[in-house]
Each structure stands twice: as structure tokens, then as C-alpha cells.
Design a protein around this ligand. Structure first.
Ligand SMILES: [Zn+2]
Ligand SMILES: [Zn+2]
Length: 306
């Protein structure tokens, strides 16, 4: 009982910390604004269909599981940073950035972050990391909160990739802070349940339509539109795809939609399945090789007999 009380008190403390953080207040206010627009647009009942309620409940549960796991993820990422430090990779001297306006440095921070994110995201769509990233794609009702439907292991991979790809830049902390806030707000925006495109600016700033096509559950859409902010990265690296208005099904076939326990365990379950599949394939090819060898032997005997 004491443990449960400690756990709830701990969660409450985390929440208090979140609520008193001005950056988080900004994100909450933005989420509330989006919610109000959504309700005004669709009406209360339509906005809160059973599917939407289940989706939001699952996302909030995953978010809270992550809140509990964040210290472990943070510790692991600190180890990774220490390892990175041991490599002694030179960083850009801070004097290079001196004198540049904060807005320019913040823009550079966002650009560098998005470049890192593009490759991080591309890797997450490969066979062995997909079970981790699939949690983000599992949402059948993509909405502002989907931003927070991320597996704890994905946070670790993301922090790791930013350490490797961004630390050497040594950008000032205030520029990184402003950049981080803009990134979160924009990330919430692209997940909003609307099919807005950005017309002539579509290659410059990612729109909800651009990101909805990334969440589309159809083979032609898989692994496309990987950039978070700048679609031109997708255009440059050949993964841009926005065929028009997005009115297709969202989600990921084969991945549980809102089963929080299975979603949390999903990477382990899938890695076990993939491992078994790999082993089966290996056994079949070894069996095939042995069969070929024995057939070859019979052939030789036959030849000798002739
Ligand atoms: Zn993705
Ligand atoms: Zn997304």
C-alpha cells in the first residue's frame, strides 16, 4: 500500500514539475486550443467517438509509463554521452556562434535537429527497430496527443542520435531551448486531426497533411515523409510522398491499436518473433545445404557406378 502511495505521490510531483515549467504550459495551452478547435469543428459527440476516446486513453497511459521510465532512459543516455565524450570528437568552438542573433541560432538548432531526426526516423523504420517505432504508428486516430505516443526505447534512440549528431555543434543553450519548444509545438501541430496542406510552402514546413501521409496504413506510404519539420529533406533523400488530400486509414496493420500492455511489450514480443523466424530460416538453409551435399554425394557415387 505504501508503495502505491509513494508511486502516486511521485507521479503527482512529476506533474507539478511539468505544470510549473513555462515551456510545458505553452504546450498544454496549445493542446487545449487544438482540442477546442476540434470540438468546434466536429461537434462534441463526433469529436469524441469511442475510437478517439480509446486512442487518447491509450496515449495518455503510454505517456505516464514513460514518465516513470524517464529516469532510467535519462541514466542510460548519460552513459552514452559519457561514452561519446571518451571518443574526444572535437566540437565547434563557441566563439563561432558569438554575435549571431538568437533567432538565427535557434533556426540552425531546428535545422540540425531535423536533419538528425530524419536519419534517426529512417533507421527506426528498418526491420529490427520498427517494433519500437511501431508504437507511435499504432494510433488509429492520429491527433495532437499522438506526439506523446512513443515507446521509452525510442526516446533512448532519439537522445542517442542527438548526442552523436548534435553535440559537436556546441550551439548555445538558449538557442537549443527555443528550438526545442518550437519543435514540440510543431510536432503537436502536424499530428492534429486535420488534412491541411501548406500550398506553395509545402516543401518548406511540414503540414498535418504531410505527416498524416506518414501515418497512412498503406504500403505505398510506408517509410515516406520522415522529416519532422522540413519536407525538403525527404525530397533530397527520395522519401517525399504527398499524392493529394489524405483520406486514408491511419495506423499500423498487425500492431495492437490501443492495448497499452501489449504496446509496451511490443518490441520484446516482436524481437522474439523475428529471432525465431531468423533461426528457422537459418535451420532451413543449413538443412538445404546438407541435403545438397548428400545429393552431390549420391551423384558422385552414381557416376562412379557408371
Ligand atoms: Zn515513423
Ligand atoms: Zn507521427
Amino acid at each position: 500500500m505504501g508503495n502505491i502511495v509513494d508511486f502516486i505521490t511521485g507521479l503527482f510531483e512529476v506533474w507539478r514539475g511539468q505544470v510549473s515549467d513555462p515551456d510545458k504550459q505553452c504546450v498544454f495551452a496549445f493542446l487545449l486550443l487544438l482540442l477546442a478547435i476540434d470540438i468546434a469543428r466536429k461537434g462534441w459527440r463526433l469529436s469524441w467517438s469511442r475510437r478517439a476516446v480509446e486512442s487518447v486513453a491509450a496515449t495518455l497511459a503510454i505517456f505516464h509509463i514513460n514518465v516513470v521510465l524517464v529516469p532510467a532512459v535519462w541514466l542510460l543516455s548519460e552513459q552514452l554521452k559519457a561514452l561519446y565524450g571518451l571518443l574526444g570528437i572535437p566540437s565547434v568552438p563557441s566563439t563561432v556562434w558569438a554575435g549571431l542573433p538568437v533567432w538565427m541560432l535557434s533556426l540552425l538548432a531546428i535545422l540540425a535537429h531535423d536533419f538528425a531526426n530524419y536519419w534517426n526516423h529512417r533507421v527506426m523504420h528498418l526491420k529490427w527497430l520498427w517494433p519500437v517505432h511501431a508504437i507511435h504508428h499504432s494510433d488509429p486516430v492520429v491527433n495532437g496527443l499522438t506526439t506523446y505516443r512513443v515507446h521509452a526505447l525510442e526516446m533512448l534512440v532519439m537522445w542517442g542520435s542527438y548526442t552523436i549528431l548534435l553535440t559537436w555543434l556546441g550551439l548555445p543553450a538558449d538557442a537549443m531551448g527555443i528550438g526545442a519548444l518550437i519543435l514540440v509545438l510543431h510536432n503537436v501541430y502536424v499530428h492534429v486531426d486535420v488534412d491541411w496542406g501548406h500550398g506553395p510552402l509545402r516543401m518548406l514546413i511540414a503540414s498535418p497533411r504531410f505527416h498524416r501521409w506518414h501515418h497512412a496504413d498503406e504500403p505505398a506510404a510506408y517509410g515516406k515523409n520522415l522529416a519532422n519539420v522540413f519536407p525538403f529533406f525527404d525530397w533530397i533523400f527520395g522519401t517525399y510522398r504527398v499524392p493529394g488530400p489524405c483520406r486514408v486509414v491511419m495506423g499500423a496493420t498487425g500492431v495492437p491499436s490501443n492495448d497499452v500492455v501489449r504496446l509496451t511489450l511490443w518490441p520484446l514480443l516482436e524481437w522474439a518473433r523475428l529471432g525465431r523466424q531468423q533461426l528457422k530460416g537459418l535451420r532451413t538453409s543449413i538443412g538445404g545445404l546438407a541435403r545438397d551435399a548428400s545429393l552431390g554425394k549420391v551423384g558422385t557415387l552414381d557416376t562412379n557406378a557408371d
